[in-house]
Design a binder for this molecule. Structure first.
Ligand SMILES: Cc1ncc(COP(=O)(O)O)c(C=O)c1O
Length: 409
């Protein structure tokens, strides 16, 4: 990635060529800068709570019961059954637990395993930008070529969407995969049925596979914009890999328990890669995750309600300070246009404007956010935006607002 904060730390002399362009992820960079300046960290998207007590108890019980050796390659039968039931009730996808579910080290590994398992060198992969940063690396690992389609504010200026002709032009006879993320990080957009249908039609037309990253499936805030899985559209169940995890839904990002759901012919490809990436993931945590997905849907709902309340606390405060916010219908991120705020500040001209503002806010307001230029193939395209995470406890959000008011207000 051409984008660089000044403290970027990769060593080009030693890093393999296929990895060298990616440097140190922006999340690690901003979290390090936040720690250095004792800033409130609204950059990396992880909750600042200890996670649900029921999860701790279930994991401890599983360890004490002796579930401490390798799990089966596809995941424990209990967890695969629980994922099948959870998906059927949440997303109306009904996978076969034996041939249609693979438990992975978070959604991150599921995305890598699906890409490595399904994509050949020379294939093309359609990516929407701004993108979650691991997508580009997955495409590079597979030796494929990314084709970017940009999400931009729509005519009403309230949500991000894509331009249909631009998407159509990105599909070619080499397209193998399109990577879809809904609800979308970082824009907070939840793709509508019509938008998903447009993507699905192109997949069918070009015989392409959809890789759907749905890690924020439970975090939606607007009944008129529900989460829809592309796998449920006509003809798509057979050509979709749906990825999710318990990280966001159950406030357990550190557990790294995720999964890929797909028909058996695609699952075989995912497992072909998964067996050599990790083989299997933490057995006691799989037992505990099965319990959460089966018995503790109320926990996921209370996390959603909390994040909804934090969105409604942070977004109006940012708007008052001059940020033009795109009120998120999903995820726990808010994307804001900072043009007006930055105009009044003396920012370093050395980097993209968003990186300069993020550094300024971390050092002077002691609030860290993410510069989204890191999520664009041409970083300057993201220069006018900034992303804040609101998956934090209320005092954390209040402290961030107070700090920002002191410096910007
Ligand atoms: C869009 C998206 N996909 C995947 C992940 C990674 O999920 P996991 O922690 O389950 O690997 C994240 C984490 O921030 C994300 O935002």
């Amino acid at each position: 990635m051409q984008y660089a904060l000044p403290m970027q730390t990769h060593a080009p002399g030693h890093t393999a060529r296929r990895l060298a362009p990616f440097g140190t992820t922006i999340f690690a960079q901003m979290s390090a800068l936040a720690a250095q300046h004792h800033a409130v960290n609204l950059s990396q998207g992880f909750p600042d709570d200890p996670g649900p007590a029921a999860a701790h108890e279930a994991a401890a019980r599983a360890m004490q019961a002796g579930h401490n050796q390798y799990a089966p390659l596809p995941g424990t039968p209990q967890l695969r059954r629980a994922i099948a039931d959870w998906s059927a009730s949440r997303s109306r996808i009904s996978p076969d637990p034996d041939t249609g579910i693979t438990v992975t080290a978070g959604a991150t590994e599921a995305l890598a395993a699906a890409t490595l398992g399904l994509v050949n060198p020379g294939d093309e992969v359609v990516l929407f930008e701004p993108f979650y940063d691991s997508y580009r690396a997955c495409v590079a690992f597979a030796g494929a070529t990314p084709r970017f389609v940009q999400l931009r504010p729509d005519e009403s200026g309230t949500r991000f969407t894509f331009d249909e002709p631009e998407l159509r032009a990105a599909f070619t006879d080499k397209t193998r995969l399109v990577l879809i993320n809904t609800p979308h990080n970082p824009t907070g957009a939840v793709l509508s049925k019509a938008e998903l249908q447009t993507i699905a039609d192109l997949c069918l037309q070009h015989d392409a596979i959809a890789l759907a990253d749905e890690v924020y499936e439970t975090l939606t805030y607007d009944e008129s914009q529900p989460h829809i899985s592309i796998a449920t559209l006509p003809g798509m169940a057979d050509r979709t890999v749906t990825v999710s995890s318990i990280g966001k839904s159950f406030s357990l990002t550190g557990w790294k328990i995720g999964w890929a759901i797909a028909p058996s012919h695609l699952t075989a490809a995912v497992r072909a890669a998964h067996q050599f990436l990790t083989f299997a993931v933490a057995t006691p945590l799989q037992h505990a995750a099965a319990e959460l997905l089966t018995k503790h849907h109320a926990i996921a709902e209370s996390i959603r309600a909390h994040d909804h309340a934090m969105r409604d606390l942070l977004v109006p405060a940012l708007t008052d300070l001059g940020f033009k916010c795109f009120n998120p219908a999903g995820t726990y991120f808010v994307m804001a246009d900072h043009t007006e705020v930055s105009a009044g500040l003396a920012l370093s001209p050395e980097t993209t404007p968003d990186a300069a503002l993020c550094r300024h806010l971390t050092e002077h307001a002691r609030v860290a956010a993410i510069p989204p230029s890191a999520f664009y193939s041409t970083p300057s395209d993201g220069g006018r935006f900034i992303r804040f995470a609101f998956c934090k406890q209320q005092p954390t959000i209040e402290q961030a607002i107070a700090n920002l008011r002191e410096t910007l207000g």
